[in-house]
Design a protein around this ligand. Structure first.
Ligand code: PLP
Length: 349
């Protein structure tokens, strides 16, 4: 979900951005007008993440999926090891890709127990000589979220934050590279944000393909080729929307309030709804739960859709129910879902 205010502004500016007489999609990416949009998107992201000049902010194609390959291509040399913390379906994919480039050591995996937990910081035993440590701060499919910024204890931390970036305050100084496909909390699909520490970037190997080379992309200000101008424009608007509402501190409170409402409906249901994740690892973005049978889950989703609550089916790989409540999702949406859950349980016990 994108903020309605942002969609309305994009609509108002669709035919003429500023006084240009052109849509953003028609502006040259080399024009001053687009240059200002790109700069604004970077400035806003920098402000929202408290990322100082030690960090570069890049816009890349290829989704978060491309980062699964680009990170190891750049930072995992043949004789090196990368440590992986595996807490769900996306970290499995990231690890699988990294393996093609070098050695991977899984220092934590909750796969056997069905991805219901995250490790405590002191449970993790890093290889002190690891090229980097990779983890997924929010597992979108499984509904598992780290409640803290993982500390690499000197090992560079790389994080896939695709589904919880800007949903709460983080300590960016803990990260050497943070990446996120835009399509959850930042804007439309088709553009990926990478926040990378310059001193870490300096260690990247020089990929022959310019679009896979962090240093070349940074030197070209994310314009090695024509970037996704429309996507970057929407990111600038979404970030502005967030800044006007108090930034990550206030959205964190709002997101927590929404999640509490839905988790309470699960916990108070006397087992009618079964939360998938241990309470300490529950995601504020993706609430996952099951009902007694798949038939009942289908009935739940069908009735919910009839009440204008769409997109509740769990990811096709795991089934069940998933309520995704990204930044733009309103508190009333969570209340309405919880009301529906109580009513559905009463009628179907
Ligand atoms: C945590 C996470 N990582 C990676 C991806 C893949 O992103 P993309 O489709 O942008 O490649 C997703 C997509 O939903 C995701 O949620």
């Amino acid at each position: 979900m994108l903020p309605v205010e942002v969609l309305a502004r994009a609509q108002a500016e669709m035919l003429s951005f500023g006084n240009s007489g052109m849509s953003v999609m028609e502006l040259s990416h080399r024009s001053d007008l687009f240059g200002n949009i790109l700069q604004r998107a970077k400035d806003h992201l920098r402000m929202l993440l408290s990322a100082d000049e030690r960090y570069e902010i890049l816009f890349l194609p290829g989704g978060a999926t491309m980062q699964f390959s680009m990170v190891p291509m750049s930072f995992l040399l043949r004789d090196q090891t990368a440590d992986f913390v595996v807490t769900g379906s996306w970290s499995v994919k990231a690890k699988r890709e990294a393996r093609k480039y070098g050695a991977v050591r899984e220092i934590f995996s909750s796969e056997q127990s069905g991805f219901r937990t995250v490790p405590e910081q002191n449970q993790l035993d890093f290889s002190s000589d690891a090229a980097y440590l990779h983890y997924t701060s929010n597992e979108t499919i499984d509904g598992v979220e780290f409640p803290y910024d993982l500390d690499g204890n000197g090992v560079p931390v790389v994080c896939d934050a695709s589904s919880n970036i800007l949903s709460k305050q983080i300590d960016i100084t803990k990260y050497s590279l943070l990446y996120a496909g835009a399509q959850k909390n930042l804007g439309p699909s088709g553009v990926t944000v990478v926040i990378i520490r310059r001193d870490f970037m300096a260690k990247a190997s020089d990929a022959a393909i310019p679009l896979l080379n962090y240093k070349e992309i940074a030197a070209a200000d994310s314009m090695v080729n024509t970037p996704n101008t429309w996507g970057i424009y929407l990111i600038s608007l979404v970030c502005q929307w967030l800044l006007e509402r108090g930034g990550t501190e206030s959205i964190e409170r709002a997101n927590a309030a929404k999640a509490v409402i839905v988790y309470k409906a699960i916990d108070d249901s006397e087992g009618f709804y079964m939360g998938h994740v241990e309470p300490s690892a529950r995601s504020n973005m993706n609430v996952t739960f099951r009902l007694q049978s798949e038939d009942l889950e289908v009935k739940f989703c069908t009735e919910a859709e009839a009440h204008e609550m769409a997109g509740l089916r769990g990811h096709r790989s795991v089934g069940g129910i998933r309520a995704s409540m990204y930044n733009a999702f309103p508190l009333q949406g969570a209340e309405r879902l919880a009301d529906f859950m109580r009513d559905f349980a009463r009628r179907n016990r």
